[in-house]
Design a protein around this ligand. Structure first.
Ligand SMILES: [Zn+2]
Length: 260
């Protein structure tokens, strides 16, 4: 884990990149920020989290870091110890954590639930939507600190790397970290709330026929598993849905729950 800081004093803000080692956009954004000669009003901590997995271009080396929070300093698995160390670094910091996906090319944000944090930060970010996990996905970072996770785009893409740089600048602007006049363009953001996982058999091969965040009607075929069509039993909005993203789930089914 690489921990850097811009500005003097104890930071109340942090940016975390590459919790997943095969998502280099976060590390890229942090390195870009460190190379830029920014003038800073408030200190911010910058963390490249899973360097070991990043070096190997794998999601994780022993266990998925974003499924083992709050971690354990005595655990066998490297990422479980790292989760503990990372939480120690960002406790008390309003944090932006940068990810990328295999399911959607445009940026979107993920929070535990909508509250003052999301309301303060998210309207300033160039995101299509806000996803509330509502404690639904267990042991992810959003359950343990004041964090907005952003999915910056397609994993490994140049666009995700560029989006990550832009999202970090918007976050630092909204947080008052950057000195000088900051563009404060805000926009309305639709909110989606996760309802359930859509399971996947790791032995089968899948094709997904719907777009993330676009409503799937009851009865509509949304995927194919080894030639067999899978139809929606009830209407839902797909989130983080892709044939390749996860081993045991296609993604999540969500409801629309208003706008920010
Ligand atoms: Zn990730």
């Amino acid at each position: 884990m690489r921990v850097e800081q811009l500005g003097e004093g104890e930071p109340n803000f942090a940016v975390v990149g590459s919790i997943h080692g095969d998502e280099p956009c976060g590390a890229h954004a942090i390195e870009t920020l460190l190379d830029a000669d920014l003038s800073i009003d408030r200190p911010v901590k910058l963390i490249i989290a899973n360097e070991r997995a990043l070096d190997r271009n794998v999601r994780y080396t022993e266990t998925d870091l974003n499924r083992v929070f709050p971690g354990d300093p005595d655990a066998d698995a490297y990422e479980t110890r790292l989760a503990h160390e990372l939480l120690k670094e960002i406790r008390g910091c309003t944090t932006l954590s940068l990810h990328s996906t295999q399911s959607y090319s445009r940026p979107f944000a993920i929070v535990d639930e909508t509250g003052p944090l999301a309301e303060t930060i998210c309207p300033h970010l160039s995101i299509d939507v806000l996803v509330e996990t509502g404690g639904f996905v267990k042991n992810t970072l959003v359950g343990y600190v004041d964090v907005v996770e952003v999915e910056c785009g397609m994993q490994g893409s140049q666009q995700a790397a560029e989006n990550a740089v832009e999202l970090v600048q918007e976050f630092l602007g909204a947080a008052g970290v950057l000195s000088g006049p900051v563009e404060t363009e805000t926009s309305t953001v639709p909110i989606y709330q996760l309802q359930r996982q859509i399971p996947k058999d790791p032995e089968s091969s899948y094709a997904v026929h719907v777009e993330n965040f676009e409503r799937v009607d009851a009865g509509a075929p949304y995927a194919t598993s080894d030639e067999t069509e899978i139809r929606a039993e009830e209407p839902f909005y797909p989130v983080l849905m892709s044939s390749q993203g996860y081993e045991r789930q296609l993604g999540y089914a969500a409801d629309r729950s208003g706008t920010l």
